[in-house]
Design a protein around this ligand. Structure first.
Ligand code: GUN
Ligand code: ZN
Length: 447
C-alpha cells in the first residue's frame, strides 16, 4: 500500500522571483489569489486558487488572505553571527575597534556552554520572528557552543548552514586555536552535524587578519575532505583591515588571494562585505561563482562604505543580502533591502536603481543560490520546499494603510520593504512546518 501524506492547499496573495530581475525585467511573479498545494513539506502544484481547488478537491484549505496578508518565500540571510545577538546596537566604531571593544568580549563569554545555549535560543528566535527560514550562520570560536547551537537549530526547525569560527592570531588568546585543532574540531563537528535535520556545515575562518596561512590550509583540508560543506569568511570590509591583511600576507596578490591560494574558493563559498574590491578580485570571484554577502546596515553602522553592486553585477559575481547581526542592526531582511536601495542611491550614477523585485530577489532566491540551495528553497516553484513568510500588517498601522491603497503589486511590495518589520511577520513555515506564529499577546494595542 502506498502512503500519501495529507495535502494542504494554501490560499494566498503570493509574490516571488523565480527568475533573476537583474537579467529579466519580468522576474517578479505575483498572484492575487493563488493556491499552493503542499504535501510532505514540498510544493507539488500551484496556480490560480479556483483551478487548484477543482483539481485537488480533498486537500485541506488554509486561507491566508485576510488582513492584507502577503505570502513571500522565506527570507535567506547569507551572513549573520550567532554569538552577537546580545550586542546589537554598539554603534559609532569602525570595524577593528568595534571587534576589540564590543564583539570579541561577548564572543569570549560563549566559552560557557550554558550561556551559549541561551544565546543560541535568542538568536534562532530572532531569525524566525523576522521571517528568515534559511541562514548562513557565523558561529562561535568554541566547539561546545557549536554543539548547543546545532541542537537548538534542530529544535527550531530552521535551515542553518553554520560552523565553528577559527582564528590563530591577533584576537584575544582565549579565542585562538591551532591549525591541527581547527582541523580535528571541524572534522568532528562535520561528522556530527553536517546533513543532520536541516543543518549543514560551513568551514569558517574568521578573516585572514586573524588566520595564519597554516590555519587557512587546515580549513582547505576540510573542504577537500568534505566537498559539500560550505566555506564562509569576511573580505574587503574596511581599509585598515585590508592594509593589515596586505602586510600579513606579503606574498598574496590581494585579500581574496589569501583564500584562493589555500584553495578555499568555489561556488560553495560566500564572502561577506567586499565593499572595497579590486577588479582582479571580482574577476576571480566570478570565475569561481563565489558569492558576496552584502550587509548594508552593517556597512552603515561601522562606516565601512558603499557596496559597489554595479561592479559585482558587471563582473558576474553573485550577490545576496545578509544582516551581519551584531554589527548589523537587526534580523530583518526587509530592512536590509531598504538600506541597500538607499545606499545604491547615495552612489549616484555608479549605483544600481533597485526595484522592489530586486529587493525580493536579493532577500530570497539570490541567497538560496549563494548557499547552493537553489533547488530546495528561495521561491514557490513546484518541487521546492514550502519555506514561506506571511506578512500581515498590524491593524491600524501605516503599512496596513499603504497596502490597502497600493495601486499595483510592485507598490505593495515596496510598502513591505519600506514599512515592514518583524512585528508584521504573522507566520513562518519551513518545509511545511510552522516555525513561528505571532501570538495574540505579541499584538499589543497602543496605550
Ligand atoms: N570581520 C571579522 N570579524 C567580523 C565580525 O564579527 N563582524 C564584521 N562585520 N566583520 C568582521
Ligand atoms: Zn560578519
Amino acid at each position: 500500500m502506498t502512503f500519501f501524506p495529507p495535502a494542504t492547499l494554501y490560499r494566498a496573495r503570493i509574490m516571488h522571483t523565480p527568475a533573476d530581475p537583474f537579467g529579466d525585467a519580468s522576474a517578479l511573479q505575483t498572484q492575487e489569489d493563488a493556491g499552493l498545494l503542499v504535501q510532505g513539506g514540498v510544493i507539488r502544484a500551484s496556480g490560480p486558487f479556483d483551478g487548484m481547488r477543482a483539481g485537488f478537491p480533498v486537500a485541506d484549505v488554509v486561507d491566508l488572505r485576510g488582513g492584507n496578508g502577503v505570502l513571500l518565500p522565506g527570507f535567506v540571510d547569507t551572513h549573520v553571527h550567532y554569538p552577537q545577538v546580545r550586542i546589537i546596537g554598539g554603534l559609532g566604531l569602525p570595524l577593528l575597534e568595534w571587534l576589540d571593544r564590543v564583539a570579541l568580549p561577548e564572543e569570549a563569554r560563549l566559552a560557557d556552554t550554558g550561556y551559549a545555549r541561551s544565546v543560541a535560543r535568542e538568536f534562532l528566535s530572532g531569525l524566525a520572528q523576522a521571517g528568515t527560514t534559511t541562514a548562513l550562520v557565523f558561529g562561535s570560536h568554541f566547539a561546545g557552543a557549536m554543539d548547543v547551537f546545532f541542537q537548538e537549530a534542530r529544535r527550531s526547525g530552521l535551515r542553518t548552514v553554520a560552523g565553528q569560527v577559527v582564528s590563530d592570531r591577533l584576537l584575544r588568546p582565549e579565542l585562538h586555536t591551532t591549525p591541527d585543532l581547527a582541523y580535528a574540531g571541524g572534522k568532528a563537528l562535520i561528522e556530527r552535524w553536517h546533513g543532520v535535520g536541516r543543518s549543514l556545515y560551513a568551514v569558517t575562518p574568521r578573516f585572514s587578519l586573524s588566520a595564519s596561512e597554516g590555519l587557512l590550509d587546515a580549513c582547505a583540508a576540510l573542504t577537500r575532505e568534505f566537498p559539500d560543506v560550505r566555506f564562509t569568511s569576511h573580505l574587503n570590509e574596511n581599509p585598515r583591515e585590508i592594509q593589515s591583511v596586505r602586510e600579513l600576507f606579503p606574498q598574496a596578490r590581494d585579500y581574496l588571494d589569501t583564500y584562493d591560494r589555500a584553495g578555499l574558493l568555489s561556488r560553495r563559498a560566500v564572502l561577506a562585505h567586499n565593499v572595497h574590491p579590486t577588479e582582479r578580485e571580482l574577476g576571480v570571484m566570478a570565475a569561481h561563482r563565489c558569492a558576496a554577502a552584502h550587509c548594508p546596515c552593517s556597512n552603515s553602522a561601522l562606516g565601512s562604505g558603499l557596496f559597489p553592486l554595479r561592479r559585482h553585477l558587471t563582473a558576474g559575481v553573485p550577490v545576496a543580502l545578509g544582516t551581519d547581526v551584531g554589527a548589523g542592526t537587526g534580523f530583518s531582511l526587509l530592512k536590509e533591502g531598504l538600506q541597500a536601495a538607499f545606499m545604491q542611491g547615495l552612489l549616484g550614477p555608479e549605483g544600481v536603481n533597485l526595484t522592489p523585485a530586486h529587493l525580493l530577489y536579493l532577500a530570497t532566491r539570490a541567497g538560496a543560490e549563494a548557499l547552493d540551495l537553489g533547488d530546495l528553497t528561495g521561491d514557490f516553484r513546484v518541487g521546492h520546499q514550502f519555506d514561506a513568510v506571511l506578512l500581515r500588517p498590524l491593524s491600524g498601522s501605516a503599512l496596513e494603510t499603504v497596502l490597502t491603497h497600493a495601486p499595483d503589486p510592485e507598490r505593495a511590495l515596496a510598502a513591505l520593504f519600506s514599512l515592514g518589520t518583524s512585528a508584521d511577520v504573522a507566520q513562518v513555515w519551513v518545509g511545511g512546518d510552522v516555525v513561528h506564529e505571532r501570538s495574540a499577546t505579541d499584538v499589543r494595542s497602543a496605550p
